[in-house]
Design a binder for this molecule. Structure first.
Ligand SMILES: Nc1nc2c(ncn2[C@@H]2O[C@H](COP(=O)(O)OP(=O)(O)OP(=O)(O)O)[C@@H](O)[C@H]2O)c(=O)[nH]1
Ligand SMILES: [Mg+2]
Ligand SMILES: [Zn+2]
Length: 358
């Protein structure tokens, strides 16, 4: 394989997955590519020879999209096929992902929104002011459902605060375990440190509210302005969010980074794996509760409540945990309801069809 593919964080594991897709992938116009961004009905992909636009093949659309509601996201590896020089290449298949990062879609929908796939690091960017709340960080941290993705908190715009240390101590006191990097795209502080996470072969994804400086950090890491940032956009007055699509970039020193539009609402998906991982201390306490299904909300013999009153567990941390857990359970219940309705509809549809034939 061409070394350009490795610059997209391709490795022997992906090669193995590609090879296992069967004979005939070589020499018949097939090649691997990584989704760089999603457009309305097509994708921009990066591959060993550069970039190109491509579309789903009819088979892929039917097999994954329509039958299984499976979607691709920036970071996914796909197998595309260029049948002739004049055709648009088509997405023929995809390589099973290692992991992904999703949130629940904003609003009432109970569906998830897939933000990106195949990550090594989730860079949760925040500034030291409005955004700086343990609760918000805990949301992001609890959405990381796999130990394969390492979350890193990036505290940007440090040039604007006088005593960053008090903010940082505040975070540490609330029990947040994630590593932190303090940065400024104005003075360059912390940029090198941040860059070390995104070394050759690694993929990182920038998330956080609008205006915290995600694209500015990306530009700094790239060494050139590849993404538009706020000032430039203010002149053409086109709305609040500066970045409008997710997009993948290759850093000059190797490593891949995905920039995201600002995230306003970071809602739980109903998958509790990340929540449990992030609140290991509480989960460990819960093992000693008298009742196995203890909700830790005042039941007798509750070890979590006991730790709370003995001061072994902080009230803030406890209340964040309950808030996220309850939200997560509600989403799970909504999803189950939705699935049931969908099942009913499908059955009805099948009956209607059968009626037509007989
Ligand atoms: N003082 C200071 N300003 C910064 C820093 N980083 C970014 N900014 C400014 O913050 C504003 C927003 O930066 P962006 O990089 O566009 O923010 P973003 O997170 O990409 O925003 P969205 O694309 O809307 O999600 C711009 O005016 C930047 O110049 C920093 O370290 N210090
Ligand atoms: Mg941006
Ligand atoms: Zn309990």
């Amino acid at each position: 394989m061409n070394k350009n593919l490795y610059k997209l964080a391709w490795n022997s594991q992906w090669q193995k997955k590609y090879d296992s897709k069967g004979e005939g992938l070589d020499g018949s116009g097939f090649f691997p590519a990584r989704i760089s961004s999603k457009l309305k009905n097509s994708f921009m992909v990066s591959h060993e020879k550069g970039e190109c636009l491509c579309e789903y093949s009819g088979k892929f659309r039917h097999h994954y999209l329509e039958s299984r509601n499976f979607h691709l996201a920036p970071g996914d590896w796909v197998i595309i096929r260029q049948q002739s020089e004049h055709d648009f290449p088509l997405i023929h298949d995809y390589l099973e992902r290692e992991n992904d990062f999703s949130r629940k879609k904003a609003g009432k929908s109970s569906q998830d929104q897939l933000l990106s796939a195949n990550l090594d690091f989730l860079l949760i960017v925040s500034t030291f002011d409005r955004d700086f709340r343990a609760r918000r960080f805990e949301r992001y941290l609890s959405l990381v459902n796999t130990p394969l993705i390492k979350p890193v908190i990036v505290l940007n715009k440090v040039d604007l605060v006088e005593s960053p240390q008090s903010f940082i101590s505040q975070l540490a006191a609330s029990g947040i375990q994630a590593e932190m990097v303090v940065t400024s795209t104005v003075t360059g502080q912390g940029i090198e440190e941040l860059g070390q996470y995104i070394s050759a072969g690694k993929t990182a994804c920038l998330v956080g509210s609008s205006g915290v400086g995600k694209s500015s950090l990306l530009n700094r890491l790239m060494g050139e302005d590849v993404q538009t940032t706020r000032e430039i956009r203010l002149k053409d007055k086109r709305g609040r969010h500066t970045t409008c699509t997710r997009q993948l970039f290759q850093l000059p020193g190797g490593g891949v980074i995905i920039d995201n539009p600002g995230i306003k609402e970071i809602a739980m998906t109903g998958n509790e794996a990340g929540l449990e991982e992030n609140f290991e201390d509480i989960i460990a306490l819960a093992a000693s509760c008298k009742f196995r299904d203890c909700r830790h909300e005042g039941e007798p013999g509750c070890a979590v409540q006991a730790a709370l009153s003995e001061g072994l567990l902080g009230h803030e941390r406890y209340s964040i945990y309950l808030e996220l857990r309850n939200e997560s359970r509600n989403v799970k219940a909504d999803k189950a309801k939705w699935q049931k309705q969908l099942g009913k509809l499908q059955k009805q549809l099948k009956k209607e069809r059968e009626k037509r034939y007989f």
